[in-house]
Design a protein. Sequence first.
Length: 318
Amino acid sequence: MPRNLLEKSSRILLVSHVQPDGDAIGSLLGLGLSLRAKGKSIVMYNEDPVPASFAFLPGADLIVQDAGDISRFDTLIVLDSGDAERMGNKAAELKKIPAILNIDHHPSNTEFGTHNLIDTDAASTTVMIWRLLKEMQWTIPGDAAWGIYTGIFTDTGGFRFGNTNTEALSIAAEMTACGVHPETVGTNILGSYSFSYIRLLQKALASIRLCADGKLATMTLTRAMFEETGASEEEASGLVNYARYIAGVKMAVLIREKEEEAVLPWKVSMRADKDIDASAIAVAHGGGGHRAAAGFSTALSPDAILNMLENQIQSQRL
């Protein structure tokens, strides 16, 4: 049981997936800072730096990109990661840690841990962190509450997506009672943009294509666009939602060119309504995610990706 594992663990490494989003960072901080408050020796690690939009969170500066000597840890906690490889380049080394607690809410999770805590109905992984802390009967520290709230806020699209349920809202309310300021979270994540982001957004909007009788909207970003605008990879993460908001669209897709010489040079991010299972499409192409939000990487060209997705939607006769 996760409770017994956490109680007996003494040197814990926490890790979330590469190119972390709000739930990945929030999970690290929500559980990591709670463990530290109980006197546990912990290290919070992510291969990639904390995105600028989450740097305001208490404890964000404690998340490291070098975990040091892996052999010193007795427990690894993997957060918000559908499979072990999502930990990044050190996945093989990290998997050698004796006990692995896998906490996640993705339907595509491969249950790679020695202990697996998976709930595909949870609105976010931080919801599961909250449940675990309640089961442990631990008081949630004020700094950890910010991470828990942020994970819920981002994975529900600012409380707009279909996974916004009573549990998620009640936990968010409890976290505000712990000292979280919703305005601060919203302003940092949704209300502050760099000029490079605005320039990238302009190019993304100009690339929108509608097909499948207006049910599918795609946006395409090339490496040249990133270089011309000076925007970072992390700044592209939420752009797909602009296509999703077009009236009549049932699936929005962002096709993004990855770094040079990548074996699978195109990353596909999908957002779908209740009539389409985006995760099924992603899994069929080696990716994963949720029914409403999923992704995969591919060697297919953008035109081939578009044709494949259009055929998928047309075959469902929506």
